[in-house]
Design a binder for this molecule. Structure first.
Ligand code: AMP
Length: 208
């Protein structure tokens, strides 16, 4: 299966993408995590990406498209999380998939009000040792993860607002793009994690 999970920051996009990847036995391709790994590795590209990431701005389309292309054009399925994020990226993906002959199966759009998204992001922490994301109250770290649990540099109130603004301006138009292709499944993301997973699984007609 080839799925895109679309949704604003704090909608639980990464958590849901991770569960779906485990359920379907396909890789979870998360561009934000790829970027953070490149920054942590201290490469020249990582230094360039850090400028965008730390400000909550989008990385230029050509850089991100170059990184994602080899991961999505093979016969194996995937769950894409954080890509595409602009209409330019979506159109490039359409072209890549048409050329490879492996089409997209569905796009899940998670929806929740901005106030709830900001509250969720404020409680978000990630493990500096495993890179996994948690939430202090709704998804606390398990005892096996040694941490330490830190806040992302782009999870400050000012940057969260900027990232949500960018989501509405640059990424939301993708909803109409995929609706026009007949691939869109909109799911209410304001409930608990398990309820949202159930809704996605039911909507896609998958057996949990
Ligand atoms: P995320 O973890 O998905 O919130 O992504 C963190 C940051 O990585 C974003 O604020 C952007 O700077 C960058 N990023 C991730 N995916 C993309 C993308 N598809 N296009 C442009 N920038 C991206």
């Amino acid at each position: 299966m080839r799925l895109i999970v679309l949704g604003p920051q704090g909608s639980g996009k990464g958590t849901q993408a991770e569960s779906l990847a485990a359920l379907l036995g396909v890789p979870h391709i998360e561009t934000g995590a790829m970027i953070r790994a490149e920054i942590a590795a201290g490469t020249a590209l990582g230094k360039e990406l850090q400028v965008y990431n730390d400000r909550g701005e989008l990385v230029p389309d050509d850089i991100i498209i170059r990184a994602v292309t080899p991961l999505v054009t093979g016969p194996r399925g995937w769950i894409l999380d954080g890509f595409p994020r602009t209409l330019g990226q979506a159109r490039s993906l359409d072209t890549m998939l048409a050329a490879s002959g492996y089409g997209l199966d569905a796009v899940i759009a998670l929806a929740a009000p901005d106030e709830e998204l900001i509250a969720r992001m404020a409680g978000r922490r990630y493990s500096a040792s495993t890179g996994l994301s948690y939430h202090l109250t709704t998804n606390p770290p398990p005892p096996g993860d040694p941490g330490p649990f830190v806040q992302r540099v782009d999870d400050t109130p000012e940057r969260m607002r900027r990232r949500l603004q960018l989501y509405h301006a640059r990424t939301e138009p993708l909803i109409a793009h995929y609706a026009a292709c007949g691939l869109l499944h909109t799911v209410d993301a304001s409930g608990p994690i398990e309820a949202v997973t159930k809704a996605i699984v039911a909507d896609l007609g998958l057996a949990a």
